[in-house]
Design a protein around this ligand. Structure first.
Ligand code: ZN
Length: 289
C-alpha cells in the first residue's frame, strides 16, 4: 500500500459544490438541510480514522428522512462525480492525487475510479466525505466490494491514515527451479501491533496482491535475464550480486516495500540465484510464433 496525504478539502466543499449544481430545488434544499448531519459524520470519521477505529461507525439506511441511501448515491454519481459538473474539479483532485496515477491500494495498477472506504450503500452520510474517498484501480475497487468489517483486524488498509513505516516488511522468497520461482510474504515490522499485522495480511488477501506481484516479478525477471547473463559471463556471481544490490538500493530509495524492492533484495540474498539461477530464466521462454 502507498500512503497518501489526506485531501485538503472537507465535506462542506463537496456538499456546497453539489448543491450549486443541483437544478431540482427540493433536492438542493434537502442536501443543504442534511449538512449538519454530514458534518457530524465527517468529524466522527476524522476522529476514528487515524487510530484504525472506523469499524466502530454504525451503518445507516439514510442521511435524513428526506435523503435515503439511494438518493445519496444519485447525488454522488449524477452531481458530484459527473463529467462537467461544478463539483467534478473536486472529484478529480481526489482521484488524481497519487504519484504517477498509481493505485495506492495495490501500488501497481492505474487509478480508474474513486472507492468509498466505507461503502456508499451502508454509510450514505459519508458519500461526499473527502477522507472516505480513495483513488483506486478498477480491480482493487471491485475486490473490496461493499463488505463492512465489524472487527479492527478485518479492515483493509486506509491510505490516508495507516502508516506502515519504512522498515522492510514485504519479502520475496526465491525458490531454486527452472525458471526461478518467486513468491512474496509479509514479515511484520517491529513497530506494528497485532491488529495492524492482521490488517496488512487482510489487505493483501482481499486485493490479491501476492498473485499480482508474482506475475509482475516473473515478467521483470524475464526482462532482466539477458543483461544478467552478459554480466554473469564477465563478472561472475559477485558481479551479479553487486548489480542486484544497486538495483535494490535504487528501488528502496523510492519505496521501501514495493514488490521490486523486495524482488531485488531476495535475488541479491540468494546464493543459488547469483551463482546459477540467473542463467535459468530464459531457458523456458515459449517459442516465438
Ligand atoms: Zn489497485
Amino acid at each position: 500500500m502507498k500512503r497518501l496525504r489526506p485531501p485538503t478539502i472537507h465535506v462542506n466543499d463537496t456538499v456546497y459544490a453539489c448543491v450549486a449544481g443541483i437544478t431540482i430545488p427540493e433536492r438542493a434544499q434537502a442536501l443543504t438541510e442534511a449538512l449538519p448531519t454530514i458534518q457530524r459524520c465527517e468529524a466522527e470519521y476524522l476522529e476514528l480514522g487515524p487510530s484504525g477505529q472506523l469499524y466502530r461507525i454504525l451503518p445507516s439506511l439514510g442521511v435524513t428522512p428526506a435523503i435515503d441511501a439511494a438518493l445519496m448515491g444519485v447525488i454522488y454519481k449524477s452531481h458530484f462525480a459527473r463529467q462537467g459538473s461544478l463539483s467534478r474539479a473536486l472529484y478529480d483532485r481526489i482521484r488524481m492525487a497519487p504519484e504517477f496515477g498509481l493505485c495506492p491500494l495495490c501500488g501497481q495498477r492505474i487509478v480508474a475510479t474513486i472507492d468509498h472506504y466505507l461503502p456508499q450503500s451502508r454509510f450514505p452520510a459519508l458519500n461526499l466525505t473527502p477522507a472516505n474517498l480513495i483513488p483506486a484501480c478498477s480491480d482493487c475497487n471491485k475486490r473490496k466490494l461493499a463488505s463492512v468489517p465489524t472487527r479492527a483486524e478485518d479492515q483493509t488498509l486506509h491510505p490516508y491514515f495507516d502508516d506502515l513505516g519504512n522498515e522492510r516488511w514485504l519479502i520475496a522468497d526465491i525458490q531454486p527451479s527452472t525458471p526461478p520461482t518467486v513468491s512474496f510474504h509479509i514479515r511484520a515490522a517491529g513497530a506494528w501491533d497485532e491488529v495492524l499485522t492482521a490488517r496488512v495480511r487482510k489487505h493483501f488477501s482481499v486485493m490479491g496482491l501476492a498473485e499480482l506481484y508474482v506475475a509482475q516479478a516473473a515478467s521483470e525477471l524475464a526482462d532482466m535475464s539477458y543483461g544478467l547473463e552478459i554480466l554473469g559471463a564477465a563478472a561472475g556471481p559477485d558481479g551479479i550480486r553487486q548489480h542486484l544490490e544497486i538495483q535494490f538500493q535504487s528501488c528502496q530509495a523510492r519505496d521501501s516495500n514495493s514488490w521490486r524492492t523486495a524482488l531485488h533484495e531476495g535475488l541479491r540474498d540468494s546464493d543459488w540465484f547469483c551463482g546459477e539461477g540467473y542463467r535459468l530464466i530464459r531457458t523456458h521462454y515459449p517459442e516465438n510464433v
